[in-house]
Design a protein around this ligand. Structure first.
Ligand SMILES: [Fe+2]
Length: 161
């Protein structure tokens, strides 16, 4: 059984993950529309990942006898700029999601909810992995900030995703 504060904080995180899924869908479309199928595929994969994260947390809330409350999805950016600017926006976005996990964990630790903490451990480590991967893409792109460089990186991601 979840404590009320933990249930509310988990609901905030579920809605943040859905918002995140939508953010990645928007940026995937941006890349697809601008001739970068590899970047688009990577972002679409991330969209599906974020959706899975939301479902995973929803299942846990239900399993614990809680209630999931979905909110409207708002504030999705529509202007992403060139590939470097776009991936920089992705990194800022991921860091914002990491912050929401930290806020959630503060509540969970405060309420001494060990089960929820165990569930969240995977998510916290996954954020580190995701931020590192996007930082690496930004670093590569910055070494070759021209169409050739973007094209090479895009091809690289087509092979991977
Ligand atoms: Fe996520």
């Amino acid at each position: 059984m979840l404590k009320k504060r933990v249930e509310e904080a988990l609901n905030a995180q579920i809605n943040a993950e859905i918002w995140s899924a939508h953010f990645f869908l928007a940026i995937s479309l941006h890349f697809a529309e601008n001739g970068y199928p590899g970047f688009a595929a990577r972002m679409k994969y991330q969209h599906q990942e974020e959706h899975r994260h939301a479902l995973r947390l929803m299942d846990y809330v239900i399993e614990q006898g809680g209630k999931v409350e979905l909110q409207d999805i708002v504030d999705i950016p529509s202007d992403f700029g060139d590939p470097v600017e776009s991936f920089e926006q992705v990194l800022v976005h991921l860091m914002r999601i990491t912050d929401t996990f930290d806020t959630l964990l503060d509540v969970v630790c405060d309420e001494r909810d060990r089960a929820t903490r165990a569930v969240l451990d995977w998510f916290v480590l996954n954020q580190v992995k995701e931020e590192a991967e996007i930082s690496q893409i930004i670093a590569y792109l910055k070494r070759m900030t021209n169409e050739n460089g973007y094209y090479m990186m895009d091809l690289e991601l087509i092979k991977k995703y």
